[in-house]
Design a protein around this ligand. Structure first.
Ligand code: SF4
Ligand SMILES: [Zn+2]
Length: 151
């Protein structure tokens, strides 16, 4: 099985979250089909999946994860858009926000790691944009040793 066919349903047992995947036992081909009816069907499975978050992170992390297969209920195009949106927010922040004093700062906008951390701290619900930004930052940290977007 090539890397592009990796999917939670194919991950080794013992990877605790994959064991809880709602897609276990379903035909794997469905998750790589681009037919609208199949995509809608898979999205309904993902919707009730308890490990959707972990799955989406995996889909964003996988080297070709933005090109093949549905992860976390998002199609490749939707994941690409999510990642791009998160990068746009970060770029905007970098370009627009002059360094400000720590006090009296406006809370970070959604779609940023800071906003994600604030949600966690305040026990607020976490939106997809913030979740994606945090995952993207984690991945950059792992790859480059910094959460900064390298230019
Ligand atoms: S979110 Fe969807 S693809 Fe991911 S593990 Fe759950 S059911 Fe499978
Ligand atoms: Zn948010």
């Amino acid at each position: 099985m090539s890397a592009s066919r990796q999917h939670p349903d194919t991950l080794p047992n013992g990877l605790s979250w994959a064991d809880r995947a709602a897609c276990r036992g379903y035909d794997l081909e469905l998750f790589f089909s681009e037919a609208a009816a199949n995509v809608a069907y898979v999205k309904r499975i993902c919707k009730r999946c308890p490990v959707r978050e972990e799955c989406l992170a995996e889909g964003l992390r996988a080297e070709d994860g933005c090109r093949y297969g549905i992860y976390g209920g998002l199609t490749p195009a939707e994941r690409t858009e999510l990642a791009a949106e998160s990068l746009r927010w970060q770029a905007k922040e970098l370009l627009q926000a002059p360094p400000k004093p720590r006090t009296g700062r406006k809370p970070a906008k959604c779609g940023t790691r800071s906003a994600y951390q604030r949600h966690v701290k305040n026990g607020e619900p976490i939106d997809d944009a913030c979740r994606a930004a945090n995952t993207a930052a984690d991945n950059r940290l792992r790859r480059t040793g910094t959460t900064k977007v390298l230019r």
